[in-house]
Ligand binder design. Structure first.
Ligand code: ADP
Ligand code: MG
Length: 258
């Protein structure tokens, strides 16, 4: 095979091949390779490795953007001493491991407002994205709204299927679903569709006993809870609001007026 080599075409070729890192770095690497007499294979391998590393990084950045996580909530920024009933080791094991997502297991976080449910959910979600998983963080009422619209357009099954691309779906504030929203039962269909396949993370102010307003009737509530808890870690965060507590700390830390 005869190959005509035209290095001037390299930028176009690399762009066609979708190798942006090659395209950016080859002139610099070529110069070094020439100067230091690298074998051609080393030059090629160095660029290929960097291309792959940057590709992985770009993928994670895309997945972080699509996850719509609340900003600035990390596990490092979470004070576990504020919620002694939450095992730091267990959360860290979930953040580091992938077995629970591969098995479609769920995480349910319960507790009154301000105790850090959303923070913990977002922080753990971020860790999973960084491990290469795809996550979508939603307010439950927003997601139910979207699915109801899909149902009206006869596209509910397709909409639920589309959510399958997310290994983890976070339903923040499940207990805020209103009775009128509950009546369409889209939430139940979502839970049933993901059961034992794709993970859900749920935060709620109300424990199960008060979920009657989230689903159309008692039987469906029981059926939904049954599926959610079958393979789930349940974390109850029954402490005083972190928000309120830190407000009180700030007040008491202020110097007394003379
Ligand atoms: P919830 O979802 O339970 O209502 P949030 O997660 O929104 O509570 O927490 C309220 C605020 O307090 C947020 O700004 C959150 O970052 C912060 N917060 C709550 N718990 C903790 C904690 N244990 N460590 C650090 N910040 C916390
Ligand atoms: Mg919250």
């Amino acid at each position: 095979m005869t190959v005509t080599v035209d290095t001037a075409k390299l930028p176009v070729l690399l762009n066609e091949l979708r190798l942006p890192t090659f395209a950016r770095l080859w002139p610099e690497f070529a110069e070094r390779a020439d100067k230091e007499s690298w074998p051609a294979a080393r030059f090629l391998a160095a660029l290929a490795e960097l291309e792959l590393a940057e590709r992985a990084q770009r993928r994670i950045e895309r997945h972080l953007a699509e996850a719509r996580l609340p900003a600035g909530k990390t596990l490092d920024g979470f004070d576990f001493t504020a919620v002694p009933m939450v095992s730091k080791a267990q959360i860290q094991a979930m953040a580091a491991g992938d077995a629970w997502l591969n098995q479609g297991k769920n995480l349910l976080l319960f507790g009154p407002p301000g105790v850090g449910k959303s923070h913990l959910a977002a922080a753990l979600s971020r860790a999973m994205v960084e491990n290469g998983y795809r996550v979508l963080f939603t307010r439950t009422t927003d997601l139910v709204q979207r699915l109801q619209t899909a149902r009206q357009e006869l596209g509910l099954a397709a909409a639920i299927d589309k959510l399958d691309r997310f290994h983890l779906l976070v339903l923040d504030d499940l207990s805020y679903v209103r009775k009128t929203q509950a009546e369409t039962s889209v939430l139940f269909e979502l839970i049933a569709a993901r059961y034992e396949r794709r993970s859900l993370m749920i935060t709620a102010n109300q424990p199960f006993g008060e979920w009657d307003s989230v689903f159309p009737d008692k039987a469906m509530t029981v059926a939904a809870i049954d599926r959610l808890v079958h393979h789930a870690t349940i974390v109850e965060m029954n402490v005083e609001s972190y928000r309120r507590r830190s407000a009180i700390d700030r007040t008491s830390a202020e110097p007394e007026e003379a």
